[in-house]
Design a protein around this ligand. Structure first.
Ligand code: MIC
Ligand code: SF4
Length: 643
């Protein structure tokens, strides 16, 4: 049978289920990654499973999110993660080594392998021909223990790239075009597989920009073939031996097709506050910009930085703009410092930050009130920058650099000659800041520190669920709404009781208090609930506050899986208009819920306050039902181990 690339990688890793769209499959996982903001929980959960040593080909623990070290909390987390990596057998990429996705692409990614990571942009690895998927920390913990990843067999979409990009039009514009066409929920349940003659015109880092931000469509992942360009990239990383050619069979079949004529694209920009709110840069005229941020895991490669340096060389940025640049990895920064490009950036007035996530997740560099900030990152959700009323636009490094010079949002084609950037023959890799797994695990003491608290565990699903509607929200609620990040809240990622005080802060700051007072209850939402980050804290904290079920029109993939992992029932309205009929504070009851789950997908919910009944759907596999009944994945795994 003719297969596409996604099917080939899935087939080679399939341990359970059949490859029929919509069915649950289980995949063997070759590699995992964690980052510090999700990693502490993932490692605490791994430790709670009592498995003596990590059981994957490669697991890497990165420190890249919380590197501000405003207090002892971040540093304690780093120490904890370093010791855990040593004890259980993970590579440890120290703070300063770079953003997990950029470093993983450079140093660990292998075409044809499966990678899961406790970060939604793990999809970056698709640029190398990996099947790389963002998941919750608990799923990574299970995979580190040797367990498979369970997921719904996705549909595969053929994204056919025709022709070649024009000068000043970038890989970022390709993914912005995809977002413009399919929206922030158009990828749910799908893999975006890139094919066509345009693929060969894109470098690996450019492909990685596209697969990275494919996460914003809600797709399970995105993948490019592994070809001669991939081989050259790996060779320049000193890793040619891991290369293999991979691609779809000729005439492979796909469930859907999208065609993009690269030559027809123009510089694009996503306007506030959603990554799919995309228009041409030239359609927005005279928009004064006071901050430009170039970096993040989407656009911080050597190629991106060199292009920006070439644009800025010999110029001075506009007096009204603050330009901050975060090179994606130490490898990139080192090359820039050796070849003089760093001096061009500094000379133009850029503020160089360390190789970390930084401003992308609101850790430093919050813009001034009401500011317009143009960023090369992947998310422009309201408030994520650290300034609630900032207007964040997402654009390519070329557009961002042109904007920094002119002080208004600028189409980079105005800059004249396009600087062609060749990738080096060698990236001169060194792994000095990667600590290899210790062989002497017995001697390693793990130190927690006062801010690292035990993982709360859910209780088994009761016979009847009842409680108040504690919150009613609209479409596209992101995990940044549910559990905000930023320099204030991120340091609490290992301390759920403290973190719970900030749950739903941007939406309704009284939520934690009300939930506790009511002894828990329900959340009601609309479309694409839980989009964005993989942070399991957006499920773990509501569980800690007593949330029993979330009733919505549709869920984002990772968040739905996280809710199940933490014992919260994810329910969808059978009749979507029932959403309108429910009010805040209504008391709902789902009687005999455990038996009802056994009997079928449809459950009856009674609105006690308003005296009516409505139906919701619980589309759950037998395994997911068992996890929910046990009170979440940790309990379930323990129960399984005892059998
Ligand atoms: C993000 O971009 O929102 C993050 C921070 O990288 C998250 C992970 C997290 O919340 O720790 C993600 O994308 O998964
Ligand atoms: Fe880090 Fe931003 Fe990438 Fe998330 S999106 S991994 S915060 S750089």
């Amino acid at each position: 049978m003719r297969q596409n690339l996604t099917e080939k990688i899935i087939k080679a890793h399939l341990v359970e289920g059949s490859m029929i769209h919509g069915e649950e499959i289980a995949l063997k996982i070759d590699q995992t990654l964690t980052q510090d903001a999700t990693g502490t929980m993932a490692y605490l959960q791994f430790a709670a499973m009592n498995i003596p040593r990590i059981n994957t080909e490669v697991s890497v623990s990165y420190v890249d999110h919380n590197t501000l070290q405003n207090g002892f909390e971040n540093a304690d987390d780093h120490r904890f993660l370093q010791r855990m990596a040593a004890k259980y057998g993970a590579y440890f990429s120290r703070a300063g080594n770079g953003i997990c996705h950029q470093v993983h692409l450079e140093r660990f990614g292998i075409p044809g392998k499966t990678l899961i990571g406790s970060d939604s942009h793990t999809t970056t690895g698709g640029g190398l021909g990996m099947l790389s998927i963002g998941v919750g920390g608990l799923d990574v913990a299970v995979a580190m223990g040797g367990g498979p990843l369970y997921l719904t067999m996705p549909q595969v979409v053929n994204v056919r790239l025709l022709g070649k990009l024009s000068p000043w039009v970038a890989a970022k514009d390709i993914i912005l075009e995809v977002l413009r066409r399919i929206s922030v929920k158009g990828g749910v349940g799908k893999v975006l597989e890139y094919t066509g003659e345009g693929v060969a015109t894109l470098s690996v880092p450019e492909r990685a920009t596209i697969t990275n931000m494919g996460a914003e469509t809600g797709a399970t992942t995105s993948v490019f073939p592994s070809d001669e360009t991939t081989r050259q990239f790996l060779k320049a990383q000193g890793r040619e031996e891991v290369w293999l050619p991979l691609g779809a069979d000729p005439d492979a079949e796909y469930e859907e097709e999208i065609e993009i004529d690269l030559a027809g694209l123009e510089p694009l920009v996503a306007q506030p506050h959603m990554p799919d709110n995309v228009v041409k840069v030239k359609e927005i005229t005279d928009l004064p910009v006071s901050q430009v941020m170039i970096g993040s895991c989407t656009n911080s490669s050597y190629q991106d930085m060199m292009r920006v340096a070439a644009i800025l060389k010999g110029k001075t940025l506009h007096p009204g703009v603050s330009l901050v640049i975060t090179p994606g990895s130490r490898q990139v920064l080192k090359l820039l410092s050796e070849n003089g490009a760093l001096s061009d950036l500094v000379g133009a007035g850029a503020r160089i930050l360390e190789c970390a996530c930084g401003p992308c997740v609101g850790v430093g560099q919050a813009p001034h009130s009401g500011a317009v900030s143009v960023r090369t990152s992947n998310r422009n959700f309201e408030g994520r920058s650290g300034t609630k009323d900032a207007q964040v636009y997402l654009a390519s490094p070329e557009t961002a650099a042109a904007t920094a010079i002119y002080g208004v949002l600028t189409d980079p084609r105005k800059l004249g000659d396009f600087p062609v950037i060749e990738l080096p023959q060698t990236f001169a890799p060194d792994d000095n800041l990667v600590i290899v797994p210790s062989q002497d695990q017995e001697s390693i003491d793990v130190v927690l520190g006062p801010n690292i608290k035990p993982v709360p565990v859910a209780v088994a699903l009761p016979e009847n669920l009842s409680g108040q509607v504690l919150l009613k929200v609209g479409d596209n609620i992101t995990t940044d709404h549910i559990m905000p990040a930023g320099s204030k809240v991120l340091p609490l990622r290992s301390n759920i009781p403290a973190m719970s005080r900030h749950c739903f802060e941007p939406v309704d700051a009284t939520f934690p208090e009300r939930s506790e007072a009511a002894g828990g209850g329900f959340i009601v939402g609309r479309e694409n609930y839980g989009q964005g980050s993989s942070r399991e804290h957006a499920a773990l904290v509501p569980m800690y506050l007593g949330i029993k079920a979330v009733l919505v029109r549709s869920f984002a993939r990772i968040h739905r899986a996280n809710l199940i992992n933490f014992g919260i029932l994810p329910l969808t309205f059978v009749d979507p208009t029932d959403y309108e009929r429910i009010n805040m504070s209504d008391v709902l009851e789902i009687p005999g819920v455990t038996a009802a789950l056994e009997a079928g997908e449809v459950l009856i919910v009674q609105n006690i306050t308003q005296q009516f009944e409505f139906q919701v759907r619980a589309e759950l596999t037998t395994r997911q039902k068992a996890i929910l009944k046990a009170g979440g994945m940790l309990n379930y795994t323990r129960e399984q181990a005892l059998q």
